[in-house]
Design a protein around this ligand. Structure first.
Ligand code: ZN
Length: 565
């Protein structure tokens, strides 16, 4: 029903645009003759070559730090060189070395009151670590402050840290966005309604605690709002965790999770009821409260450092001024490598995830080199590493950008785009409505008779789970589109069937391989659309902006204070 309505609105929109308005701005540029000719470089043959090569067994599943990485770096830089691009690193190379830290934390933790000392069972009652790189990181008997949802969101007039100083203390916070209700259902005007905003992600909770000066952050895990059971976290914390060091920030002395049962017991130790306290945190006038109990954690860290490569190429802009402004296409080149313990097929080829996205970025690069009149702004093609380990390559670039982020106009990310089953009448936008990039995409998609739809599960926060997000977090508007559902001649039911097939059978499985029955027509069309989007963003005088109310907008405004485009 909702979808029909959306389609109807889109058709009306097309009608209005088609009949009443001359083409202008971005919409004019997606129609430029030059771009329509140049896009012909994006072909089935080219995509077959790139995807087939990257997803071949020879590339060993492209795990960072392996022969698979060496081959990938070689293949991408040779291709970029062949088609006439410049090395993207200003130091004259095709790579940016991304230094990572692997930390293995051995944790001991206690909650202490005047008459009780609870030595926790690590792994069951609590899990956590510290990314500080000294061998011993301790918090000794520090105050615990319950800070509700741990959110400081000026655009919603919400600050759980208002009026409390948590410097050097340990904060306890709830997972997900505050579920603000209005007339019996979620208030759509607060924290995206049913959709998860960044304020709901655990990584935000840790980052905000750190910004507030806390020594430690404890997130209370609950299965429904977290979206996964506690066991998922237990698995993750049992082994080495990877991190990108930020030279401007010392990581928390403790960051971790407790299951609901631990939270209930902790609140009880303080004469409080967890569920009542949680209830009170849903109000904007909630005040953080200091508990009687103190927290102690002792962490022994073993640390190793290593580096992997982001691969970067540059198509230089033709305008003497605008060439110092940038559009970045991103796709992660890495995947899950080889599992030597398996019999038979051991290689995670990652064809859809993300040889396909990397191939589309390479094809878009070739299309740019086919432009007769060039692009006014410069275009960067950035294949990032270690996405599968937590967006690490992209985070490294976000913290150590090779070109100023305040001159970076937009990011277009392609990850497991997944259209291997033919042309569609629609295109999914993950985080639809976040920025004006959606508008450019809408115009480009309309050229092929396509309409945009949002992703089906906004409550799962997929916008925060791929590389573009590391740019969004820094303030740069970022687009993350996904292949459509409504397959031409076969309908949406077929599209959903194919998507589910991928999600449940092939995603992060050995079978994510190039298949004989792949239909490349939709992939070619979608690749050309994204090429036109980047081209239009590179031509038009105006920059795409974040929509009002998005959690990234204030950061962008702050960033652009000193740079007027
Ligand atoms: Zn991926």
């Amino acid at each position: 029903m909702l979808k029909r309505l959306t389609l109807f609105i889109v058709i009306i929109n097309l009608f209005i645009i088609g009949c009443n308005k001359p083409l202008n701005g971005w919409n004019k540029h997606v129609h430029d003759e030059d771009v329509l000719n140049a896009q012909k470089a994006i072909t089935e043959q080219l995509l077959r070559k790139h995807i087939g090569t990257l997803a071949s067994d020879e590339f060993e599943g492209r795990f960072p730090g392996t022969v698979g990485e060496e081959k990938t770096v070689e293949y991408l830089s040779a291709t970029f060189k062949d088609i006439g691009l410049k090395p993207g690193n200003p130091n004259g190379t095709w790579v940016q070395k991304a230094t990572m830290t692997g930390v293995d934390s051995d944790l001991k933790a206690q909650f202490i009151t005047d008459d009780e000392r609870w030595v926790m069972n690590v792994g069951g009652d609590i899990i956590g670590n510290s990314f500080q790189t000294q061998s011993q990181v301790n918090i000794i008997k520090k105050d615990i402050v319950f800070c509700g949802y741990g959110v400081n969101a000026p655009e919603y007039g919400w600050n759980d840290y208002d009026g409390i100083d948590v410097k050097g203390k340990v904060v306890v916070v709830l997972v997900n966005d505050p579920p603000v209700m209005k007339n019996g259902s979620l208030d759509e005007s607060m924290f995206g309604g049913n959709a998860m905003t960044y304020y709901g992600r655990w990584s935000y909770k840790f980052e905000e605690g750190l910004r507030q000066g806390a020594a430690g952050v404890i997130v209370v895990h609950e299965t429904v709002p977290a979206g996964y059971p506690f066991a998922v976290l237990q698995g993750g914390y049992a082994s080495e965790q990877l991190n990108i060091e930020d030279p401007n920030m010392t990581p928390l002395s403790f960051q971790g999770w407790v299951p609901l049962e631990t939270a209930e017991k902790l609140f009880e130790m303080n004469g409080l009821n967890f569920h009542q306290s949680k209830e009170s945190a849903v109000n904007a006038d909630f005040k953080a409260m200091t508990m009687d109990a103190k927290f102690t954690s002792k962490i022994s860290n073993s640390v190793r450092r290593f580096s992997s490569n982001n691969i970067i190429a540059k198509y230089e802009g033709s305008d003497p001024i605008l060439k110092d402004e940038y559009i970045i296409y991103t796709a992660h080149w890495d995947h899950m490598g080889i599992n030597k313990k398996l019999d038979g097929d051991k290689i995670y080829n990652g064809a859809n995830d993300n040889a396909l996205g990397t191939g589309l970025v390479m094809a878009a690069a070739e299309a740019f080199t086919n432009l007769k009149n060039g692009s006014k702004r410069s275009i960067l093609f950035l294949a990032v590493t270690a996405e599968e380990q937590g967006l690490l390559g992209a985070r490294y670039y976000g913290i150590n950008p090779l070109y100023p982020l305040e001159k970076t106009v937009a990011v277009i990310n392609i990850d497991a785009m997944g259209n291997t089953f033919g042309r569609t009448k629609d295109l999914i936008v993950v985080g639809k409505g976040n920025s004006e990039l959606d508008y450019i995409l809408e115009m480009a998609a309309a050229q092929d008779g396509k309409y945009l739809i949002p992703d089906a599960e906004p409550e799962k926060g997929f916008y925060y789970r791929s590389d573009h997000f590391e740019f969004a977090k820094q303030g740069v508007p970022a687009l993350y589109a996904d292949g459509g559902i409504d397959v031409v001649g076969k309908g949406a039911e077929y599209g959903y069937k194919k998507k589910d097939e991928y999600t449940y059978e092939n995603y992060h499985a050995l079978s994510d391989e190039v298949k004989d029955d792949w239909d490349y027509s939709g992939m070619v069309e979608d690749g050309r659309i994204l090429f036109r989007v980047g081209y239009a963003a590179g031509q038009h005088s105006k920059w795409p902006e974040w929509s009002d109310g998005t959690e990234f907008k204030s950061k962008r405004i702050e960033m652009l204070k000193n740079y007027k485009y």
